[in-house]
Design a protein around this ligand. Structure first.
Ligand SMILES: [Zn+2]
Length: 333
């Protein structure tokens, strides 16, 4: 096992929760088996093969949010909801095949109960509101299947608004009226609003109308590294003002270099600007990324904990970043 005894002790009390990994996309495509320990198939652990239950247990994790990905070709969104349902089917099939290993949950209490039962908690988030196919009635349907967050955008403009990057990108336009209604409808259904991939104006619009804490499930921050994928201090404040959390990605391309220090630098910037209540983990594992070497899979998480301690984070702050902040948001929303 990796990491110091101190890191292990912190994980025992505050077992890490990660806000975004696209593993179920691979399960749907290739039958990727969560129950089996994998070695990533490609050099540098590129693209996928990062997350499975044995490695999550070894990293001391309690819960993983799985992103549900659908990529619309051209302007065709029909069939996108079905692709999301099929990823949930893929998880349910794996839960049925081997009971007692992973449990689909929505609430903080359920995360705790799952951990006490010695299982890993799975939570679900949709990546991109195009998957709703323009129909808000899909929100309660997905919520009943366990979906706990909806990301407004991915790499294409949709009925809700405009992406920070990708097809139909806009730097000026905010959320559409439907996008504003979507925020409200998510909140009414106990579904968190995820602002990853949203352009800045839409991001700020969503925070303005939010009555519940919003999240940014996977991002970097501009104050630590200049990149189109990253968000600025005004965006950090907009999220923290509503009690939300910001998950930092483990991808060198977005955090500005390999190693644990760049990841810690992004977490530190969030803590410096808006406080330790608002930083979290948002790996983006299995999302076509090349992760930083030490965090090529969940086994490396105790090393990240050690790197945070070495950078001067208190044990309390580390516990909040790993676990407590996400649990608070699950409770409040
Ligand atoms: Zn993403």
């Amino acid at each position: 096992m990796l990491g110091s005894d101190e890191a292990r002790a912190i994980h025992a009390e505050h077992p890490p929760i990660d806000l975004h990994a696209d593993t179920l996309m691979w399960s749907r495509w290739t039958g990727y088996d969560l129950h089996k320990a994998h070695e990533p198939p490609l050099p540098l652990a590129a693209f996928g093969g990062h997350v499975d239950l044995p490695r999550m247990r070894e990293g001391g994790m309690s819960a993983q949010f799985f992103g549900l990905v659908s990529l619309p070709l051209a302007d065709r969104v029909k069939g996108m909801a079905r692709i999301v349902h099929e990823q949930i089917d893929a998880l349910e099939a794996q839960m049925t095949r081997k009971p007692g290993a992973i449990r689909l949950v929505r609430k903080a209490d359920e995360v705790r109960a799952t951990q006490q039962a010695g299982e890993i908690a799975a939570l679900l988030g949709i990546e991109g509101a195009h998957a709703l196919e323009g129909n808000l009635d899909n929100i309660p349907i997905f919520a009943r299947r366990g979906v706990r967050y909806v990301g407004l955008l991915h790499f294409t403009a949709n009925e809700a608004g405009f992406p920070a990057f990708g097809k139909g990108r806009s730097d000026e336009a905010g959320l559409t009226n439907w996008g504003l209604e979507l925020v409200q409808s998510c909140e009414d259904n106990g579904v968190l609003v995820d602002l990853s991939h949203v352009n800045k104006q839409g991001f700020l619009d969503a925070c303005r109308v939010a009555r519940k804490p919003p999240i940014v499930s996977h991002t970097g921050v501009l104050g630590a590294f200049e990149h189109w994928r990253n968000i600025d201090d005004a965006q950090l404040r907009a999220v923290s003002d509503k009690g939300g959390v910001i998950g930092v990605m483990f991808c060198p391309r977005y955090v500005g270099g390999d190693g644990l220090e760049p990841v810690v630098k992004h977490l530190k910037h969030i803590v410096d600007v808006v406080g330790e209540e608002h930083a979290a983990l948002g790996s983006d594992w299995d999302g076509f990324i090349v992760p930083t070497k030490a965090l090529k899979d969940p086994r490396g998480l105790p090393l990240l904990t050690d790197a945070m301690l070495a950078a001067g984070f208190t044990r309390v702050a580390v516990g909040k970043i790993l676990h407590d902040n996400v649990m608070r948001v699950l409770d409040e929303a």
